[in-house]
Design a protein around this ligand. Sequence first.
Ligand code: GTP
Ligand code: MN
Ligand code: MN
Length: 365
Amino acid sequence: EEQSVEVPVFSAASYVCQRHTGQPGHNPLLTESLAVLAESAELNGDEGRGLAFRRSEALLRSLDRRVQGMTDLRGLPCLGEHSRRVIQDVLVNGRSSEVEETKASSRYKAMKVLTGVFGVGVKTAKRWFTEGICLKHYADLNQPVTRDEADSVSVTVEAAVCSVLPGAQVTLAGGFRRGKTSGHDVDFLITHPDEGKEEGLVRKVVACLESRGFLLYHQTTKNTYQESAQGAGRPSSNMDRFERCFSIFKLTNGGDPRDTRRAQEQAEGREPDQTASAGSRPWRAVRVDLVVSPISQFAFALLGWTGSKLFEREMRRWAVHEKSMTLSSHALYDKNQERYLRASSEEEIFSHLGLEYVSPSGRNA
Ligand code: GTP
Ligand code: MN
Ligand code: MN
């Protein structure tokens, strides 16, 4: 008699931070469907449901081949009943009716436009929206930032940083560090090899950029982080306390932003035509995040600001549940040893956490 041994088609570790997740993956139809449902749940404020769909999406994106049928998914972690139903629908019918209905709903469409601009949560998007920033630069901010544009912003930021604090280091973080070819913004992490020299740097850099006409909007928050005896922050909180600046850059098609009178007028908010398309003027608006970290926290800040959001979240979950540690963009605290674990590189942090190192390009969960 024949005995059939079931060999799993795929295998995967349960935490996102234990896997390499590139993009876009081998199952784009499935991952896109799950992403829509994740987004919709997030927009409705249902974070738990959103997270469940995000984990399913990340899992499918980490698979090294195309899923042929439901049996391929036997034994895989992270896939809840609802996700499996959606996957089955797509595998059998080529589409999921639930996904189609969600995409067609006006609420989803409206909020997608709003959050798509800033790549932030609904609450923040609403705040920006009421400030009129969204409307003013809507067309530009809705257009993805290319790698070339990110590099061009880098040159400007580096020049400004270097002129206000020689020796300071600027690192491109966020999606571009993960190898993405486009993004909703450009993220920079700034530090200085001498601890303390970085204090107040954001304000100086912003003043410099502003005087050179590179800023259309900026909102700076100062550093409020202090280590406490109880350990680093709440593990669930992903907001950090670095000195940082949300800004909107005026990216010119080359040269100085003051080259034209029109550009100058726009920088001062006296634009003659608010609905002008990017094609008719020599610049465009680009969202830029500037974050300053002391060198002693740099590895944690770099890890935290490289993302993806889900990858970071899963690392913090791993830390708490598997290692009894709390991880933040500032520090790693070991609750059993009751002490902070220092690190000067991302590799060291992974190692403290008992995780195999995942390079930035594998953190696209
Ligand atoms: P795109 O910008 O859409 O290309 O993707 P991205 O991954 O670069 O996203 P985003 O710029 O929103 O964030 C980059 C990284 O910074 C992500 O890992 C976020 O989790 C992280 N990040 C964003 N805001 C904060 C924050 O307030 N605190 C901390 N610690 N991290 C943040
Ligand atoms: Mn980004
Ligand atoms: Mn950002």
